[in-house]
Design a protein around this ligand. Structure first.
Ligand code: 2P0
Length: 315
């Protein structure tokens, strides 16, 4: 093998994934659609080692998800013990999809280091086995993930240069989320009376989102994306015990985005399994949107990103 370093960008879903049809194979119960955050990245380096070592953001860790994933890979490929070093230039474990970009970058690094010659679709499949949303971080632009019975297909719906949008991220907490996505979505499936309705609504939202994205219909995306976000958080709230990812600042940000839209700015919000709010707007409005979100009570800082490209090798 040759040591390899790869990068991938996190992604945020406009039509959310929350629930699996098959836990063992990690198959999402519904399709999802996401955009790639080009100005945020995770870099993963791997090399052969006497024993397995995993270092995440500078700290040596035991990562059960990663260990299980490497075990799966070793059923198919003859891999030696690895030194894995992964770091992100954005807060990890707080709903900013560090596991998505992490597994995507690692898949690219391993594929290159061992010359596995995986197709993009095969890379998506390996990344997905690590973390469902990671499959979407192999591509750039607007990316669709569609589950089938035992696998998923991932495709680019719109390229990263086809729609000049920006993503403004309002950081509303410096704490890691209390319940991870995998455990949270299992709990929602097992306990929420709204789960079946959520699945139905998401399939419908996904079909509408594909049409809206292809035709760059911003107004339609506002309704679809904010709807999917609120429906997912309603499902989380109705989970037992409740999954409450929002804090006061999240609600303040929602109000600010809604006010901006009423004032004529083309902007909408989405929120993942964490308290940060992501506002999607026209590139020309990004400065204004970020200035307004920075002033919101409880917002620590603001990041601005363009839509980004695919994962790749660092040469
Ligand atoms: C999404 N999330 O579509 C949704 C919105 C979080 C909220 O995909 O269990 O970390 O590893 O497949 O990929 C987070 O789920 O979960 C996620 P696993 P993953 O972006």
């Amino acid at each position: 093998m040759q040591a390899a370093t790869a990068y991938a960008h996190p992604n945020i879903a406009l039509v959310k994934y929350w629930g699996k049809s098959n836990d063992e194979l990690n198959i999402p119960a519904t399709p999802s659609l996401a955009i790639t955050l080009g100005d945020l990245r995770t870099t993963s380096h791997i090399e052969e080692s006497a024993s397995e070592v995993v270092v995440l953001d500078g700290e040596r860790v035991t990562d059960v998800k990663l260990e299980r994933w490497l075990e799966l890979l070793r059923k198919q490929y003859d891999l030696p013990p690895l030194h894995v070093e992964s770091s992100s230039d954005f807060p990890a474990n707080s709903g900013l999809a560090s596991s998505a970009s992490g597994f995507a970058a690692l898949t690219v690094a391993i594929s290159s280091a061992f010359d596995l010659r995986l197709s993009l679709q095969e890379q998506c499949e390996w990344a997905r086995r690590g973390s469902g949303s990671a499959a979407r971080s192999l591509h750039g632009g607007f990316v669709a993930l569609e589950p089938e019975k035992t696998l998923c297909t991932v495709s680019q719906v719109l390229g990263e240069n086809e729609w000049d949008l920006s993503i403004v991220i309002a950081i509303t907490s410096d704490r890691a989320k209390t319940t991870g996505s995998t455990a949270g979505m299992t709990a929602s499936r097992d306990t929420s009376p709204f789960y079946d309705g959520w699945l139905r609504a998401t399939v419908e939202a996904y079909e509408l989102a594909l049409v809206a994205t292809r035709s760059k219909d911003f107004e339609a995306l506002v309704r679809i994306a904010e709807g999917s976000c609120r429906q997912m958080h309603a499902l989380m709230l109705s989970t037992e015990p409740a999954l409450i990812y929002w804090n006061a600042a999240t609600l303040n940000c929602i109000e600010t985005v809604t006010c901006m839209r009423e004032a004529g700015i083309k902007v909408f919000y989405t929120i993942d399994a964490g308290s940060h709010l992501k506002a999607i707007c026209q590139k020309g409005d990004a400065m204004n949107v970020s200035d307004q979100l920075r002033q919101v009570d409880g917002v620590h800082s603001v990041l601005v990103s363009s839509i980004g490209g695919p994962a790749g090798i660092v040469r």
